[in-house]
Design a protein around this ligand. Structure first.
Ligand code: TPP
Length: 192
């Protein structure tokens, strides 16, 4: 599948919403995100495929003053389908769900996913059917995407990406530290 370079997409998202909380799925996407710029507002799901969206939804509820950006691959998106109706029902204004779609489970060897079909339209249709306020298709992080990150959500953004040409190093932050720093975000906002 042709498309954008994953690290360029992630860098674009982080620079468009530097103060947002980023929650990324397991595998290479979290590694790529760590390369782009680690910080206390980044939570990597090390190993927990399908858990980025439910965690992001909970954080969006607990941190209503902050923007929460969930980063999924298309395989991880498939594993989060059960959470989409809850996102639609709770309708968090501050949640953005980004799917970097390479048509495969690249982190585990490139097995093809059934998420998208040729056009990838099913991802956006599922988001809209679940009640997302909008679901955009974007070739890369454009001005439209940067604006969508600030609009009243929940917002879905589907970005076709190309296969990686290199693999980033593993996550260096221990899970306990990821939890500690996220708890601190909650405590600082008066939520824990
Ligand atoms: C429940 C569960 N099943 C399988 C795995 C193994 N696994 C880790 S990453 C991954 C692929 C993720 O694919 P995708 O979200 O499309 O991202 P990509 O690797 O293509 O960037 C798989 C299958 C896991 N960690 N957890």
């Amino acid at each position: 599948m042709s498309g954008a370079v994953p690290t360029e997409v992630l860098a674009g998202l982080v620079s468009a919403a530097p103060d947002a909380v980023f929650v990324s799925t397991c595998g290479y996407l979290s590694r790529d995100l760590q390369q782009v710029g680690d910080g206390p507002n980044f939570f990597y799901l090390v190993g927990s495929m399908g858990a980025a969206l439910p965690l992001g939804l909970a954080l969006a509820d607990c941190l209503p003053e902050m923007q929460v950006v969930v980063i999924d691959g298309d395989g991880s998106f498939l594993m989060s389908l059960n959470c989409l109706p809850l996102v639609g029902a709770q309708a968090p204004r501050n949640l953005v769900h980004v799917v970097l779609d390479n048509g495969m489970h690249e982190s585990t060897g490139g097995q093809r996913t059934v998420a998208t079909g040729r056009s990838g339209a099913r991802i956006r249709r599922a988001m809209r059917a679940a009640g997302y306020a909008r679901a955009l298709l974007a070739p890369r992080v454009t001005d439209t995407v940067a604006r969508a990150l600030r609009q009243t959500g929940p917002t879905g953004i589907h970005i076709p990406v190309a296969p990686r040409t290199s693999v980033a190093p593993r996550i260096t932050t221990e899970p306990e530290e990821l939890v500690r720093r996220t708890r601190k975000l909650l405590a600082d906002s008066g939520r824990q």
